[in-house]
Structures are given as structure tokens and as C-alpha cells.
Ligand binder design. Structure first.
Ligand code: SDX
Length: 436
């Protein structure tokens, strides 16, 4: 980041001395006002719950232009990556900053594929959960539990440990997600097969059984790989910020990523794809397209507390570029499976069309986000609704690790410790029991 000539001058109407604050520019996107010395100079904090106007760090990984609807991973547009690369190429890019050449690509793919098995003990760890537990509860436990197995990669300040932990997490997440699924449905776990692709391996671990050969459908394999790419990273969203804050204490990478999994579970964040599919099924059950108008009235009536899940975004005030690509993937998969008349897909497109013409949504710049179509395509592939966010966590693991490693290798980083505006009781003495 570079200091610019422009300065921010903070003046006070009560005549207190004004404060000059430096301004820094990045490579693209908004400049920042450096307020690090503000408290020392004024005795005051800034106030920004939800961080609507706050940059928590500098990063070179992912750039989003919410007005243009642009998403770049290390400078490459998501549209090009989703069509010209596979997910492991994108993992290499996010972790190392450049796309791999042929040799680097083969070495990296082999490295990841050869780390897909988990410690045999982990299956006993799973047994402690109820079979009807939500897969995200199980996954939060399993990912955190990895720090109980891989002691040779828990020192986050050791670059070798960070490298090994990154490979282990990227490689083992599909195995853990598939194990959580198999555990829930009472089927035996499927061991990874090194001759399969990353997405193909996951499909087989999810839907294969020891009783017969599992044939990977190349259209579903490609669709799943694209879903992973679209969810790989997204700047300083809630779960990434959670991972950074958690990791800033120096805890091990597995614990920090487990914190990200827990945060992603929320319906306002990664849990939105599950909530969106449930919303579509509810509308379908109550009458389908004919009931869309009534549903939209509820959404616009704030007192109903009903939101159009899969719509809106803190940063995108234009169409989420991932939603467009997800809709295309949806089309491809439904056509491949002969489900092009899937009623939920028709319903989703109707909802989108009405929302994009409705003043309530237009005024608030509410567009479909990554979660709006992802549930429909995952459901068509056969992934159960309550595992959608687990797929999101699988794909986002590389983004979390890249952001965590970027923070740890930044010489400026400190443990994150925000302050507050205190509104509670001033000092008072404890009254005796008979006086309370
Ligand atoms: C993800 O941050 C990321 O990058 C996240 C993510 C990633 O890749 O990591 O992109 C993944 O989490 C995508 C978002 C998934 N969540 C949902 O689809 C849930 C539904 N969306 C909303 O909850 C909401 O849009 C958020 C949480 C996504 C964004 O909320 P903001 O930025 O805090 O905006 P807001 O709630 O202040 O909304 C502004 C206005 C409000 O109305 P007014 O008070 O101005 O009258 O828009 C309304 C909101 O009530 N609004 C919605 C709405 N989203 C916002 N109204 C109906 N339906 C919605 N979905």
C-alpha cells in the first residue's frame, strides 16, 4: 500500500485540535484512511458495528467491485477461471499468487490427491455424534479435531507447518464432508481413489458404495468443480474475518479453519443456500409460481421477518457474477439429468424475474447472490439440502487458508482486539443481600 498526498483532516466543532490522518492507496479499489493513531491522538474510538466502512487488513488475494459486479482471484476474473481452470488450479493460484505451469500443476494435483485419506482414528471420533446431527455440527467438530491428529503441522508461525496444514485441509475436507454424509445415512465410508479428479473423488466418496463400481458422470464432475471454484474465496466476508481474528491469537490452522466453518453455518452467510432451497420448497408446496406474488408481499413487509434467501449482498450492489455462472451450471446439470423442467428451477427464475422488476428490490439494489442457484444444482446432483453449506465450507477452505497465511506472514500483523462504546452502568458498590 502506498501513502498518497491527500490527507484526512478531522476537526471538532467544540474547538478541540484537529487531527491529520494519512491516506493509503492499494492497487485498485477504495483508498483507506489510517486511523491507527486516532485513539492516542483524540482519546476516541471509531464506531462501525458490522464493519460497513472498515478495512480490517490489506490483502492481495481477492478483489470485489460490488458496483460493477466484478470478482477477481489474484487479478483473474472469476468468469475466466470458472471456464478455463479447475479447482486445484484455483487453489494453487489463491495460495501462491500465480496460476501453475504444467509441471507445477501436475505436482500440486498429485500432492493434494495423495493426502486425501484421514487418520483411521477419525472414524471413531464421528461415532460420538448422533446420526441425525446437522452435518455442519459434525464438520465443525471434525475440522477442529484435526488438530488432535496432525501435530506436525500445528505451529502457524512455521512456514513448513503452514504449507503442510494447507495441503492437508484442502485434501481432506472432501473426505470429511463425505464421511459426515455417510455417517448420517448409515452407509460405509468410501476411501478416496487417487486415480480420480478432486471433484470425481468427492462424488464417489459421497454416492459410491463398496457393492459396485461407481462411474463418475463427467458433467456432474465438471459442475461440482465449478461450484468449488465459485465458492473458493471472497475477500473479508464474515467467515474469513473469523478465521483471521481466530488465527491472530497464534492458534493452530485447524482450529482457525474450524472457527470459519462454524461462522459459515449461519443463514445470513453460507447457510443461505440451504435456507434458499427450503424457501423454494415451501413456496412450491404452498402452490408454486401462483403463490410467488403473495410470498413477495411478505418479503416486502418487514414485520413478517421473511427474507428472499439467496438475494442481497453486503458488497454486490449489482448482479453477483457467481450467480450468473451458477445459473449456467444449473442449466447444464438439469439438462444432463433430463430435469430441465425442474419446478424449483422454474420457480427460482420466476422469483428472480419478479424481484428484478420490483421497486423494493431495485431501490435496495438486491440481486441474486452465489447462494440463489447453488442449492438447486446441488439438489439435482443428489446432495442433501443440509449438506449444501458443508460443500461451501469444503470449497472455501482454500480461501480461508490463503487469507490466514497472508495475515501470519504480514510483519505488521497483531492479535485482533477491537474496542467498544460502553453503555452499561458506571462503577457502583455491591449492596448487601438484604438491600438488593
Ligand atoms: C454469502 O460477505 C460475503 O462475501 C458473503 C458471501 C461469500 O462468498 O462469503 O458472498 C456468501 O453469505 C452471500 C449472502 C447469503 N445470504 C443470503 O442470501 C441471506 C439473505 N440476504 C440478506 O440477509 C442480506 O442481503 C445480507 C446479509 C446478505 C446482506 O445484508 P446487509 O448488507 O447487512 O444489508 P441489509 O440487511 O442492511 O439490507 C439492506 C436492505 C434492508 O432493507 P432497509 O432496512 O434498507 O429497508 O435490504 C433489505 C434489508 O431489509 N434486504 C432484504 C434482503 N437482503 C437485504 N430484503 C429481503 N430479502 C433479502 N434477502
Amino acid at each position: 500500500m502506498k501513502l498518497v498526498d491527500n490527507k484526512a483532516i478531522l476537526s471538532f466543532s467544540n474547538g478541540a485540535p484537529s487531527v491529520e490522518l494519512p491516506i493509503y492507496a492499494g492497487s485498485i479499489g477504495p483508498d483507506v484512511i489510517d486511523i491507527r493513531k486516532l485513539y492516542a491522538q483524540t482519546g476516541m474510538f471509531t464506531y462501525d458495528p458490522g464493519f460497513l466502512s472498515t478495512a480490517s487488513c490489506q490483502s492481495a488475494i481477492t478483489y470485489i467491485d460490488g458496483d460493477k459486479g466484478e470478482l477477481l482471484y489474484r487479478g483473474y476474473p472469476i468468469e475466466q477461471l470458472a471456464t478455463s481452470c479447475d479447482y486445484l488450479d484455483v487453489c494453487y493460484l489463491l495460495l501462491k499468487g500465480e496460476l501453475p505451469n504444467e509441471r507445477q500443476r501436475n505436482d500440486f494435483h498429485k500432492l493434494v490427491i495423495n493426502h486425501t485419506m484421514v487418520n483411521e482414528q477419525m472414524q471413531f471420533f464421528l461415532r460420538g455424534f448422533r446420526r441425525d446431527a446437522h452435518p455442519m455440527a459434525v464438520l465443525t467438530g471434525l475440522v477442529g479435531g484435526m488438530s488432535a491428529f496432525y501435530h506436525d503441522s500445528t505451529d502457524i508461525n512455521n512456514p513448513e507447518h503452514r504449507e503442510i496444514a494447507a495441503i492437508r485441509l484442502i485434501a481432506k475436507m472432501p473426505t470429511l464432508v463425505a464421511m459426515a454424509y455417510k455417517y448420517k445415512i448409515g452407509q460405509p465410508y468410501m476411501y478416496p481413489q487417487n486415480h480420480l479428479s478432486y471433484a470425481g473423488n468427492f462424488l464417489r466418496m459421497m454416492f459410491g458404495t463398496p457393492c459396485e463400481e461407481y462411474k463418475v458422470n463427467p458433467v456432474l464432475e465438471r459442475a461440482l468443480d465449478r461450484i468449488f471454484i465459485l465458492h473458493a474465496d471472497h475477500e473479508q466476508n464474515a467467515s474469513t474475518s473469523t478465521v483471521r481474528l481466530c488465527g491472530s491469537s497464534g492458534t493452530n490452522p485447524f482450529a482457525a479453519i474450524a472457527a470459519g466453518v462454524a461462522c459459515l453455518w449461519g443463514p445470513s452467510h453460507g447457510g443461505a443456500n440451504e435456507a434458499c432451497l427450503n424457501m423454494l420448497e415451501e413456496i412450491q408446496a404452498s402452490g408454486g409460481v401462483a403463490k410467488v406474488g403473495e410470498f413477495m408481499e411478505k418479503v416486502k413487509d418487514k414485520s413478517s421477518g421473511v427474507k428472499l434467501m439467496g438475494f442481497g449482498h453486503r458488497v454486490y450492489k449489482n448482479y453477483d457474477p457467481r450467480a450468473k455462472l451458477m445459473q449456467e451450471t444449473c442449466n447444464e446439470v438439469l439438462t444432463e439429468l433430463g430435469l430441465e423442467n425442474d419446478p424449483l428451477f422454474a420457480l427460482a427464475k420466476k422469483l428472480e424475474q419478479i424481484a428484478l422488476e420490483d421497486d423494493y428490490f431495485v431501490q435496495r439494489k438486491l440481486y441474486p447472490n452465489v447462494d440463489f442457484y447453488s442449492g438447486i444444482v446441488q439438489r439435482a446432483i443428489g446432495i442433501p439440502v443440509n449438506l449444501f453449506t458443508g460443500i461451501f465450507a469444503l470449497a472455501r477452505t482454500v480461501g480461508w487458508i490463503a487469507q490466514l497465511n497472508e495475515m501470519i506472514s504480514d510483519p505488521e500483523y497483531k492479535i485482533g482486539r477491537p474496542r467498544q462504546l460502553f453503555t452499561g452502568s458506571p462503577r457502583r458498590d455491591v449492596p448487601p443481600l438484604d438491600k438488593r
